[in-house]
Ligand binder design. Sequence first.
Ligand SMILES: Nc1nc2c(ncn2[C@@H]2O[C@H](COP(=O)(O)OP(=O)(O)O)[C@@H](O)[C@H]2O)c(=O)[nH]1
Ligand SMILES: [Mg+2]
Length: 284
Amino acid sequence: MKVPSVLLLIPAYNEESRIEPVLREYARFFRAHYSGGFRIVVILNGCVDDTEGVVRRVAADFNEISWRVFPGRIGKGGALIEGLKLWPEADLIGYVDADGATAPPAFLDLVRRSGEADCVIGSRWLPGAVLHVLQSSQRRFFSRAFHALVELLFQMHMADTQCGAKVMRREAVEKVHDALTIADMSFDINLLYALKRAGFKILEVPTEWTDKMGSKVNLSKASLAWFLSVVRLRLVYSPFYRWLAPLRPLELWLYRKLGSPPPLSRREGRQAQPTADASSTATH
Ligand SMILES: Nc1nc2c(ncn2[C@@H]2O[C@H](COP(=O)(O)OP(=O)(O)O)[C@@H](O)[C@H]2O)c(=O)[nH]1
Ligand SMILES: [Mg+2]
């Protein structure tokens, strides 16, 4: 059987000091251990540092690496919604964080198990997960509270919706892409719930994870935005949603106050364009 080709997306927001070794390790590791096609596309969003210069330098050494630049602060979710539009280019599309919390062998493990489901996700909360460095206790507490809320709202019965490592079959991404609108880190819930509703099988596997210094998350503000996003997502799938349209300006104001990217309307999603110079580099 043909070994599936893999497209790995890496969302990057001001990652000039963390991303270089991660890109080099992934490119080297997959060259040595994976016989199918392998490409990395870094999706830079709202960067005001030299992430692009760093990625450009590394890409000169590894032709499997390319990048797209979105100058606006479209968030991790916004970056992935854009990146997932590249679905025609690979059999499997996945993503990991730019800080290397998921090392290449752990991502390859998800790829290898992709024959068992339409979407395979890493889990830090299943028995068998190996956590080398834990998130802060505050972050873990918040994470569990958020998880309880997500379970209450969506009943997906997963142990860890938020792990930054996931891989999907192209057909599944294509089918659900129009339903993806959440731009902040609740994007993962948007994705998983859309996959479930469409009848795709999701497999959660214990993973290996090393929490990294330099998180860009401001928990007190971001958590409120994530809360808003999941409640909103629940409403999208309820009969009340169309009555709430007049609240859209209030919603935009709230996201702005919280410093988080608001959910995309589908039309906006279609309009986001990378800057011309960078997209032309994404043809390796
Ligand atoms: N915090 C944050 N991360 C973003 C954003 N856009 C993309 N990312 C990427 O999302 C990934 C996870 O971010 P990180 O700060 O490590 O989050 P944490 O480990 O969950 O605290 C990294 O690859 C970031 O570069 C954004 O607007 N905010
Ligand atoms: Mg991180």
